[in-house]
Design a protein around this ligand. Structure first.
Ligand code: PLP
Length: 228
C-alpha cells in the first residue's frame, strides 16, 4: 500500500526507549525527530519526555490541550501543530504551540500573523505544500509558494521556517523520493532551512531528500489506540 504501510514499531525495538534510541540513531544529524503523539495518551508523552524527547506533534487542538494540561507539571515541551487548522482555532493554536507545520493558505498565514502580533507571539511556521494532486489533503500549490518568494519575510512576527509536505498514498518509493526532492529544492530556492517531511511509512525517502523534521507516530509509539 505504498506510503500507507509503515514499518511496524516492533521492528525498532520492543520498548519505547529502544525505539526512540534506534530511530534517533537512524536519522542524520540535520534531521530532527518530531514525536507524533496524536491518538496516544499523555502518559506515553510523559514516558518519551523522561527519555529526553522534547518535540511533540499533535493534530487535534482539544486532544492536545487535554494532554498539555495533564503534562503541565513535567518538563517544558516543544509542541508542534501538524493538523488541519480551522480559522476559528487559530488563536488557541497560537497560544498552545510554538510551531505550526500545517499553514495551508495565504489567508490562514495572514490570520495567524495578525493574531500573533496581537498576542505578542513569534511562532515558527511551515507552509504545507501539495506537490501532487491529492483530494485528501490541503496545501499551497508549489507555484504559489514560489511566487510568494521574498514576501515570506513580510509575514512577521511569524517566522517562516520552511515547507511541509505529505506524500499521497500509493506512490512507489522512487516517486516519493522525487516528490520530497521537489520539496527540498523549493525550500532551497526560497532560502528556507526546514523541510518537514517523512512519516512512519516514508521517512527513509524523506531523509534521503533532505528532511529536517520527520514526523513519526506509529513507528515510535505503536498503532494509535484513540482514532484522532
Ligand atoms: C498522524 C500524522 C503523522 C504521523 O503518522 P505516522 O504514520 O503514525 O507516523 C505525521 N504527520 C501528520 C501530518 C500526521 O497527521
Amino acid at each position: 500500500m505504498g506510503a500507507a504501510s509503515p514499518a511496524a514499531a516492533e521492528s525498532y525495538g520492543s520498548t519505547l526507549a529502544e525505539r526512540l534510541e534506534a530511530l534517533k540513531l537512524a536519522l542524520p544529524p540535520t534531521t530532527r525527530l518530531l514525536a507524533v503523539s496524536k491518538g496516544h495518551p499523555a502518559d506515553l508523552v510523559r514516558q518519551a519526555a523522561a527519555l529526553g524527547q522534547r518535540s511533540f506533534g499533535e493534530s487535534r487542538l482539544q486532544e492536545a490541550i487535554a494532554k498539555q494540561e495533564q503534562l503541565a507539571d513535567g518538563p517544558d515541551l516543544d509542541w508542534h501543530f501538524i493538523g488541519r487548522l480551522q480559522a476559528n482555532k487559530a488563536r488557541a493554536v497560537l497560544r498552545r504551540f510554538g510551531t505550526i507545520h500545517s499553514v495551508d493558505s495565504l489567508a490562514l498565514a495572514e490570520r495567524l500573523q495578525r493574531i500573533a502580533a496581537e498576542e505578542g507571539l513569534a511562532p515558527g511556521i511551515l507552509l504545507q505544500v501539495k506537490f501532487r494532486a491529492d483530494p485528501a489533503k490541503t496545501g499551497f500549490d508549489p507555484a504559489e509558494v514560489r511566487a510568494l518568494g521574498a514576501e515570506l519575510g513580510r509575514l512577521e512576527p511569524l517566522r517562516c521556517l520552511g515547507l511541509m509536505t505529505i506524500a499521497p498514498l500509493g506512490l512507489t518509493p522512487e516517486a516519493r523520493l522525487e516528490l520530497f526532492r521537489e520539496c527540498r529544492d523549493l525550500a532551497d530556492a526560497l532560502g528556507l532551512p526546514d523541510c518537514s517531511m517523512g512519516m512512519s511509512g516514508d521517512w527513509h525517502e524523506a531523509i534521503a531528500a533532505g528532511s529536517t523534521w520527520v514526523r513519526l507516530g506509529s513507528v515510535l509509539f505503536g498503532s494509535r489506540p484513540i482514532q484522532p
